[in-house]
Design a protein around this ligand. Sequence first.
Ligand SMILES: Nc1ncnc2c1ncn2[C@@H]1O[C@H](COP(=O)(O)OP(=O)(O)O)[C@@H](O)[C@H]1O
Ligand SMILES: [Mg+2]
Length: 235
Amino acid sequence: MSLAISCSQLNVVRGKNHILHDLNLEVPRGAIMGLLGPSGSGKTTLMRAIVGLQKIQSGAIEVLGQPAASKPLREVIGYSTQSASVYSDLTCIENIRYFSALYAHNEKSPEEILEEVDLTRNSHQMANSLSGGERARLALATTLVGSPELLVLDEPTVGLDPVLRVQLWKLFYQLAAQGKTLLISSHVMDEADSCNSLVLLRNGRTLAQGTPAELREQTKQKRMDDVFIALIGEE
Ligand SMILES: Nc1ncnc2c1ncn2[C@@H]1O[C@H](COP(=O)(O)OP(=O)(O)O)[C@@H](O)[C@H]1O
Ligand SMILES: [Mg+2]
């Protein structure tokens, strides 16, 4: 099995807080891996470590066969932060052109990228006038700049209504079908079933890892909220 991400015995300290504890994680290439856990469980910290923005205390992280934070990885990881990182006072196409200029190799043109997230008709609209769903798609579009093999998306669906969430998930599936690996965080357990693999995080520790079906089987629970609670009980 070829891995897109592997973390072993990872420890991260931020300020005075020990955030991640001996964390192990394996994400196969091509997976849509959900990183689920309550607010404060360490999802953002783990993602920052994977994309090479977070100092680690000990352990190892390999991304696409290279140590995290190594230079060639910049071109092949698309990362969107929790607060949609787009420039409000630029239009959609200007945002994508700006990000494209930062990359040596662009797989797709800015126009093609906007087409991919269904924002062609909004190309010349200012980002600050977009609806929530459009803004989320623009944030996703910024991660598609360059030639990403791995997308790390921090709570990309937060604040979206169920219909818009479904739209966004369709885009995630399309990207996975192109062979990309997606790591998607959420604090909402009902997104679990959209993923083909899950890691549940609590207090900076891995509570469980597996497919939604495996975790249901393990806990004899149907609803993902109940699965999570049952796993906490097993600790
Ligand atoms: N810069 C920081 N300094 C100290 N503690 C931090 C810092 N950033 C986050 N934390 C703490 O790390 C823990 C995990 O935070 P985070 O990774 O943002 O979790 P999540 O994304 O799951 O909500 C929280 O307890 C938070 O208070
Ligand atoms: Mg977070």
